[in-house]
Design a protein around this ligand. Sequence first.
Ligand code: 5GP
Ligand code: MN
Length: 341
Amino acid sequence: MPPTTTVTSNRQADLARVVEAIRARQTFVISSHARPDGDAIGSELAMAFALDHLGKQVTVVNSDPVPGPLQTFAGTDRIVVADRVEGAYDAAIVMECSTLERTGVAGLERSFVINIDHHQGNAGYGAVNWFDATAAACAEMVFDLVVALGVPLTPAIATHLYVGILTDTGSFHYSSITPRTFDIAGRLVEAGVDPTSVARAVFDSNTLGRLRLFGAVLSAIELEHEGRLAVMRVDHAMTAAAGGTYEDTEGLINLPLTVRQIRASVFFKEISSAEYRVSLRSKGLIDVAAVARRFGGGGHRNAAGCGVQGSYQEARRQIVDALAPALDEGMAAEAAAAGQA
Ligand code: 5GP
Ligand code: MN
């Protein structure tokens, strides 16, 4: 049975515009955000393989390399790592980026920009914009696009879409999940995805350095806000001592949330002694994206990030102070919702 779209009528018009824009063009550059994750890589490569199938000319450009665990998947070797594109393509398909700057790739604006994203607060920077905050992963949107383009779900395309959904839902943990998420995941498995081997490749490819770095960061965890907020940091010195790299800390931010009473977690990554990269995660109605936006970042309610200037103590104080009321509001909203139930 051929796959059918999961798009509802209010999304049809946006999707139709994207399909039309793609059909009318021949040369494409695809990009996604800096420090790409599974949804960025999965959405890009599924799109690239679909465009190949349509006989289009496709280049994929990211500002940062493919994370190690994802390098085993088909087509990751075709991703060019560069901070600019030369010349103009018929279209630039930009995925997962609330602004064009999030790509870290200059020159995309010279092409006809097709903006496909599911992050709250997308700036609508494209010539065509398809934004769907109800999608648990950008890969859900790309699934609909592949189907609408009449491209068959090959095992490679299906696997990339599955990686996007698996990673962006935190292995089917997050509140962004809808029945559509499982519907699409089911169809991807029908199309030939092997969930066990994908999960092994994505999650079970640790190096000893990564495990030791996890140990060092976790053993220095601090609690704030009556034990509801976990604070962690990593710097260049501890990373070198553990024999790991900053990329090895991918996923570490989620571990404090496995503790029942911890409701939010923040992870400071030292860029320099006066600049920190901040990752935020939360459970339930606690909105960390709103906090990240106040520092010029963004993301989703339960997963967001930003950069902060200043010493570690200064950065920590600012972020913890901003998170405290967000925790209180989120927990109050949850208590109110539970009271009504
Ligand atoms: P991470 O903590 O994994 O880097 O990011 C978590 C989420 O927040 C991702 O969905 C990512 O798109 C978003 N995010 C992280 N950093 C930034 C940022 O600086 N700006 C914006 N707009 N979103 C960010
Ligand atoms: Mn995503």
